[in-house]
Design a binder for this molecule. Structure first.
Ligand code: SF4
Length: 91
């Protein structure tokens, strides 16, 4: 939550939205393709069946879909990050 800004009405408090990005751990991923079925808004598959994750942030509206795909991944290879994936694998 952030402090109210100068242009906010007196006493206003605003929820800060932290952008989340879907990331895949390519070492753990076994190419089941389930994530693309459950979250086609951000995941497609390459020709070998491994996920290609859209670098766009996961919107609040899509976060529940992302979390469902993460929970269903049999290799626990998906995660939501607070920043865009820059080639690092971190949890
Ligand atoms: S569901 Fe998990 S293991 Fe399967 S392709 Fe997606 S990230 Fe990889």
């Amino acid at each position: 939550m952030r402090q109210a800004g100068r242009n906010d009405p007196p006493g206003a408090r605003t929820e800060a939205v932290i952008a989340r990005f879907l990331a895949v751990n390519p070492i753990a991923c076994a190419g089941h393709g389930l994530c693309a079925e459950l979250f086609p808004e951000r995941v497609t598959l390459d020709e070998w069946g491994f996920p290609i994750v859209d670098p766009e942030p996961v919107t609040v509206e899509l976060e529940q879909h992302a979390r469902r795909a993460i929970a269903a991944c049999p290799a626990m290879a998906l995660l939501l990050r607070r920043g865009p994936d820059r080639g690092r694998i971190a949890r």
